[in-house]
Design a protein around this ligand. Structure first.
Ligand code: 2AM
Ligand code: CA
Length: 264
């Protein structure tokens, strides 16, 4: 019987180690190390090496588990357990010398996420939770904010950078939010947006066309911290559905109506 609490502690240690490796490479990585996977999707040897280290160590924790990993290090599919990995979330920031990026690891059991760890490297902040637990930041319990007015809320999002399907509706929504909230932030790592939501720094996060590895760990942590996580229809298909809203329960109805108006 796996102890998810102990396993989560092991994953925290591993993400910290991999984060230290990424940080050490920050000053060494050059423009010629950058490869373009697809439009605006960048990668370097740092993402790939970090992922190889994660996969090699996670495979020791649960030998039968499979992997859904951004850089494709392993295509093993687990019957019950699968790790969902983004070795470096915020690669564009990292390669441009902007400090917000993270290591993101989740464990999925059947269809449910049961462990989430997000390590924001430059702030040395490790966020984590396991099935049934509270959510934690460096050992301290965190909770979402209980702001009940959008006018008092700080909103996080990611601007579309390759999928422009909802561009008009998206910017109409931003216009509305620019007028009716405290402000909008785009910090460039969805995993970090979600854990900032978890600890009450942000009140709402939404984005479309994200992958499971961008959101699995952060959304699970936010959920354990009290956030509602849903897709743009207000349903539960956020992990593989490429649409996500993370929100505190008090703002849910008001914000869901805006999403439905502009993005459906
Ligand atoms: P990545 O760094 O792991 O690719 C935010 O919009 C999310 O989209 C990030 O979590 C980031 O994950 C991904 N992303 C990929 N390319 C991007 C780009 N050019 N600009 C912004 N985000 C990008
Ligand atoms: Ca990545």
């Amino acid at each position: 019987m796996i102890s998810l609490e102990l396993l989560c502690q092991d994953v925290v240690e591993l993400c910290r180690e991999v984060g230290i490796f990424i940080k050490m490479e920050e000053s060494k990585v050059h423009r010629e190390d950058i490869e373009t996977k697809s439009k605006n999707s960048l990668v370097s040897y740092v993402d790939k090496t970090a992922e190889q280290r994660l996969v090699a160590n996670l495979a020791k924790f649960i030998p039968e588990a499979g992997f859904i990993a951004e850089e494709g290090t392993s295509d093993k599919v687990g019957d019950v357990y699968n790790w969902i990995i983004d070795p470096l979330d915020g690669t564009t920031n990292f390669l441009h010398g902007v400090p917000t990026y993270s290591v993101s690891v989740a464990l999925k059991r059947n269809d449910e996420v049961v462990i989430g760890v997000v390590y924001e490297v430059n702030r040395d902040e490790c966020f984590y939770a396991w099935e049934g637990s509270d959510a934690f930041l460096n050992g301290n319990k965190i909770e979402t904010n209980s702001t009940s007015n959008l006018s008092d809320s700080l909103i996080a999002t990611g601007f579309p950078y390759y999928d422009y399907t909802h561009l008009d509706g998206y910017f109409e929504l931003l216009k509305n939010l620019a007028k009716n909230t405290r402000g909008i932030r785009r910090i460039g790592s969805a995993a970090v947006d979600l854990v900032y939501m978890a600890c009450g720094r942000f009140d709402v996060f939404f984005e479309y066309s994200l992958h499971a590895w961008d959101v699995a760990a952060g959304a699970f942590i936010a959920q354990q911290a009290g956030a509602v996580i849903e897709d743009f229809k207000g349903e539960g298909n956020w992990l593989f559905g490429k649409e996500i809203v993370a929100i505190n329960p008090q703002l849910r109805v008001e914000f869901s109506n805006l999403i439905k108006k502009h993005l459906n």
